[in-house]
Structure formats: C-alpha cells, structure tokens
Design a binder for this molecule. Structure first.
Ligand SMILES: [Zn+2]
Length: 691
C-alpha cells in the first residue's frame, strides 16, 4: 500500500498544480453491504480543506465503481474519470463533496495466497461469500486523496449480525432495525482502508502500555472458530508492551487479530487478517503475530520511501522473528543466523541470476526475494549493531522511530542516524551501505597463514589472516581460539583483501575459527553446509550396510527408516557377506550404516556419545564425495523380558527421522525425540585445527 500510494503520488502530483490535493481530506463514509446482491453501496461525504477556492479535486477510486454520482452544495457535478482517477471541480464556497456509487463483489478466489506476512495492502480483491465480504485496500473501494494521509469516519451497515473491521479505532457496534452498524474512526495516516465483514465474535482488552498510552487489543473470530481468543489477546498485548519499551509508544489506536474465511496471511496497519487454518497453528502467536505487531512500528509506523528499497521487512524480521530467538538463548540466535546464511548460499548456488541487490527489493515474491529482502537485510541490521554496539543501535532505532513516525524513511536515514557511532565512521557508513545495498552475492572468506607457537614470555601465540576473494567488503569480524582450558576471542575490522590478527592463550591452542558465531553475512563454502536428514533423502545411489552386530531393533526398523527417507530402492549389504570389492566401494559415495561395523569406514564415527540420554541415534556425517549416515541403538533388545518394547521404541524412532529434515543429529529415548541438532562441519575454510 505504501509503495503504491507513493507511486501514484509521484505520477499524479506534477499535473495537479492547481488542485486541492495537497492537503489531507476528511471522509465520512456510509456503506451498506448487500449480500444477496453481492455489492457494497457507498456514500462518501468529503469535507474540503481550507481555504476553499474553485479548484479541481483529484481522487482515486476503482474504475469499476458503478453509477458514480457527485454533488456539492446541492449542485450535481460531472466527474471526469480516467482509469483510477476521478476529477471534480466543486463550486466556489462549497464545504463538501459527496460521492455515491456501487462496488460489485466478486467470487472468492479458488485458492487464496498461502503463507503469512503478505503485504495485504497490495492485494486488490473485493469479494463476498454467503455471509462475509472482504475488500482489500488495493481494490480502491473508497475514494482517497493523493497524500495517503486522509482521515475517515466509517459506518458500515449489514444484516444477519455481520460486523465490519477496518483500520483505526472502534467507535462501536449498534443495532438499527435488522442491521448491525459498525463504526470506525481512522485519525492516523494509514493510507487506504481495508474492510472485512463476517459474523464475528468480538473480544477486547484495553491495555496500558509502557509510557502510559492505552491501546485496544481485539479479536474478531468466526463463530465456528476453534481458537481461543485469550491466547491471541494475551500474546498481542505482550508483544505490544515489548515493542513499546524497545522502540517507543505504539502509534495506532488498536491491534486486532481478524479471522478470515479465505486462507490469507495479510498484515495491515493495526490488524492482521489470518485464514482459519493459519490462525489455528500453535506457533503463530509467537511468530507471525509478533512480526505483524512489530510492523506497527516499522512499515505502518515509520513508512517505507518508495525508491531506495524496502528496509522494513528486514528490520521487522530482525526485531521480531530473529530477536525472539536471540533472547531465548544466544545459541538460538546463532542457529537462526546460520539458517539464514545457508538459505542464501543455497539459493545463489542453485539459481544463479535469482539474486538481486537489496536496494531493488520491494516485497517478497519468491524464495530469492525472500533470501535478499528478509535474509540479507536482517544481517545488515545485525552487522550495523556490531559496528555501533548494542546501546547505540537500539537508541538509534528509537531516534528514527520518533523522528520519522508516519513519514517515509529510506536506508539512507539509517546510514545518517548511525554514521559516527562507535566504530561506524562517516566513511565506513557510506561504504557499508553501498556494498550491502548495491552488490549482489556476498563476501567469500577463508582463514590463511594460521600458525600456533609457544611464546617465550609464556603461553602461546596464534597468528592468522582473514582473506576475502573479489572486491573486498568492509567487515567487522571475530576470531576465536579454543585452547586447552578455555577459549579466547578477538574482534577486528577488515577493510581490504587480507587482514592479519593475533591471539594469545595461556594453554595450548587446539583450533581457530573465523566468524565463530556467524555474525557476518557471507556466502558459505559447500563444506560449511553440514549434511542432514534431507541430504540422505536426496542422496543418489544410497547403499545400506548392516553391521554384523547391529542390534535387533535397528534391523527391525530398517524398512520403516528407508520408507521414511524415500530410499526403499537402496541396495542392502550385510557386513558378514561383503566381498572385498563391495567393501572398497563403500569407502566413497553415499552410505547408510546400521550399527557399527568392525572395519573402519571413512567418515563414520560413533555418535552415541553426542546424544547423552538417547537410546537411539540417527546422524548424517560428512565425508569426501558423499555422505555417511548412521542409525544406532544402545540396547540390543534381543534378550530379556522387555526385548519387544526395546525393539518397538527403535522402530518408533526410525519412523520419526523423516520429520526432522533440516537436522543432522537426532536422539530418541523410548521412541520420543529428545535431541535435534546440526553437527558442526569438521573442515571448512573458516576453521583451522592445530596438531
Ligand atoms: Zn513483514
């Protein structure tokens, strides 16, 4: 919506020099929903801004708005319509202009847009079902001036207990004869209005937020809804408090969660419109809902300037989806960053040409645009935070929010705010933004010249260089040495192709890692993407080796395991019957091992100790030219009274492996998952093991 409004503004404002359009307009809209007739009857009385001189009033309205009649001060006016534009010239002294027209409501789409966080303002449906209707802002169902800052008083009337939801604050519901009238007051500049109507069950809580402002938290759920409003009311209130504290006062009158008969996941200023199935997913209150609430500050509070790229998805994802993980545990934050890097690296490797500069990102339309506009963008904010330090970073965001509320902001505003803070000098600020906004891809990095030597003065000295391929990026990097007895860390800024650094440790160094916490955006080396269950699912020419002393349960589970992995055609070899040739062939390619064979197999190691407490383990391990996976159980299960139960637990575990596709190490106890993890890659260009 924001982008669209700005493009319209740019396109139209130059030709409207004598128009009234410069000032925001005040609308009083009366709408009647006619469900049998599948139409919305609209009357909009627009108060003209002062001073009133005879001048043209330019509005936008759906070209499909039928039977448009315009009058002002008792005079019938003849509107000039061209596409989405309506021009009328009210007589001198007229106080108001009234428009009347009808919007036809179409059939609901067969399959609605999937997923969540589609910017709903871009959608243009105006559709109705038997007892509901949905009009998106992009349908242009009501007249709007060109500033995108109009105010609205909205009365919507419908029969059969149908209530209406829109932006702004709720004035109330009233009964007039057979009709329910819903009244909304939209005083904040939120752009075009959406309108949803259904037999909603309405719940509301009034919350006092940090800073003292009051906000209404609401749910509009369908009568047949299976979801408890309390869960959403509590979560939304908690998220509103969190961001009020982090960024500043919530800028809108309410936040509402609205259930939609269509499978949408739309976000609008002050409400989110979620399909019934999405709403019922148990993780939505802590994920998508948090994200949509955070948009109240970024995207719907501070607006996105149209030309220089959409920063608001990256920032919203950073302060919502990402920050929730980081606050839960630093390791969860690192895991999120690694997932993001893997997604970006996989994308650029698989689909060269799908990548684009961040400044060209407008909204998500593909995996590629998501990897850039959400993925790379969260790293821009994360690396900015690294340069400025935590305190300056959060203070800077508060400053931008206060200074730019309801105004468009660009990446340039973030550069200006943060340049000069911490290690982020003016010159670095320019270079940082330029490289992340205008270049595709990312740094390709490695460690070089790593040495570890005893220091004559005591302890040890580790020296190494960070190296980048291609035109160098400005980066702030960390390096970490694990030594006998602890870890030692250093941080430095890299400006060119090489940057040397040095660490001193009291104990003997074991290994050195560059960017140990994945704080830096870069293209991962293929060796940095560890194998997972998905790797085994996709492995070509997988062979299965059943070890001579593989426990009973593991043997019994084999058909279930192979079925889940989609590898039922894999050749199965018994260790006792291996020919020397077969034995050699297992040293390369993709192999799944059941139990532990007696002979050494390259890449295979005992993973039971990595999963304490588990009785059954699945692990995908990397090796040269393929992957070796292992499925093991600790109990033999071939003797004793509970033998059958032991076998059954292993089979249950095998049955579940397929559901943990992105993980490389799984542990099960009694058939229940107790561990899901990704093993650290053993050899990468960012790691040096010392002898
Ligand atoms: Zn979003």
């Amino acid at each position: 919506m924001i982008l669209r409004a700005l493009f319209l503004l740019l396109a139209l404002v130059s030709g409207a020099a004598t128009a009234l359009a410069a000032a925001p307009l005040a609308h009083s809209i009366d709408a009647v929903l006619d469900l049998p007739g599948k139409r919305l009857l609209v009357t909009d009385a627009i108060t003209l801004p002062e001073p009133r001189t005879a001048a043209e009033l330019t509005l936008t309205l759906a070209p499909s708005a039928a039977g448009l009649a315009v009058e002002a001060g008792g005079n019938v006016l003849k509107p000039a319509r061209s596409g989405e534009t309506v021009r009328v010239t009210p007589p001198k002294g007229a106080m108001a202009v009234t428009l009347r027209y009808t919007i036809a409501l179409g059939q609901p789409p067969q399959a609605g847009p999937g997923g969540t966080d589609n910017p709903g303002a871009l959608a243009d449906e105006a559709v109705a079902g038997p007892d509901w209707a949905m009009l998106m802002p992009g349908s242009l169902w009501h007249p709007a001036g060109l500033t995108g800052q109009d105010a609205y008083h909205l009365r919507v009337s419908a029969t059969g207990g149908v209530k209406a939801v829109s932006q702004g604050g709720l004035e109330g519901f009233s009964q007039e004869g057979e009709n329910t009238v819903s009244t909304w007051n939209v005083r904040k500049p939120v752009g075009r209005l959406g309108l949803c109507l259904a037999r909603y069950v309405f719940e509301e809580r009034r919350e006092t937020l940090p800073g003292g402002s009051a906000v209404a938290v609401q749910t509009f759920f369908l009568p047949e809804s299976k979801v408890s409003p309390d869960i959403y009311l509590e979560a939304a209130a908690r998220h509103l408090r969190f961001y009020s504290e982090l960024h500043g006062p919530y800028p809108l009158e309410k936040f509402a969660v609205v259930e939609n008969p269509l499978p949408t996941g739309y976000g609008f200023p002050s409400y989110t419109l979620l399909g019934s199935q999405v709403l019922a997913l148990p993780f939505i209150p802590e994920t998508s809902l948090r994200h949509e609430v955070a948009h109240g500050w970024w995207g719907n509070g501070v607006l996105v300037a149209g030309e220089s790229g959409n920063w608001c998805e990256g920032l919203t994802t950073y302060v919502a989806d990402y920050l929730a993980q980081e606050l839960a545990a630093p390791a969860e934050g690192k895991a999120y960053r690694l997932r993001t890097l893997r997604a970006f690296s996989a994308l650029t490797a698989q689909t060269p040409g799908a990548d684009m500069p961040l400044e060209r990102f407008g909204s998500r339309f593909s995996a590629a645009s998501q990897a850039v506009g959400y993925g790379k963008a969260i790293f821009v904010f994360h690396m900015l935070r690294g340069f400025t330090g935590d305190e300056a970073f959060w203070a800077g965001l508060r400053h931008i929010y206060a200074a730019k509320l309801f105004q468009p902001a660009a990446w340039e505003d973030f550069r200006e705010t943060f340049a000069g803070q911490g290690e982020f000098s003016q010159e670095r600020g320019r270079r940082f933004m330029e490289q992340w906004l205008t270049r595709t891809g990312g740094p390709v990095m490695s460690l070089d010249q790593a040495t570890s030597e005893p220091d004559p003065a005591g302890g040890w000295v580790v020296k190494a260089e960070a190296v980048q391929k291609g035109a160098p990026y400005l980066l702030r990097l960390a390096a970490q040495v694990d030594y006998e007895g602890g870890t030692q860390r250093t941080e430095f800024v890299m400006e060119g192709e090489r940057a040397g650094f040095e660490l001193r440790t009291p104990g003997k160094p074991l290994r050195l890692r560059l960017d140990p916490d994945a704080d830096c955006f870069r293209l991962l080396d293929p060796s940095e993407v560890p194998p997972s269950v998905n790797t085994v699912k996709g492995a070509r020419e997988l062979r299965v080796l059943v070890a001579a002393d593989a426990p009973q349960g593991v043997r019994a589970a084999l058909p279930v395991l192979l079925g889940g992995l989609g590898q039922t055609k894999a050749a199965v070899l018994e260790e006792e019957k291996l020919t020397p040739e077969q034995k050699r062939s297992l040293e390369s390619g993709n192999v799944l091992v059941l139990g532990m064979p007696r002979f050494p197999l390259p890449g295979l190691r005992d993973v039971m100790p990595d999963a304490p407490g588990a009785d059954t383990v699945f692990a995908a391990l990397e090796r040269e030219g393929g992957c070796v996976a292992v499925f093991q159980a600790s109990a033999r299960g071939d003797a004793g009274a509970d033998a059958q139960a032991v076998v059954q637990a292993v089979v249950q575990a095998a049955n579940k492996v397929t559901h943990y596709g992105s993980f490389g190490l799984l542990g099960f106890a009694g058939g229940r998952n107790v561990l899901k993890a990704t093993l650290e890659p053993r050899r990468t260009p960012m790691l040096r093991e010392f002898d």
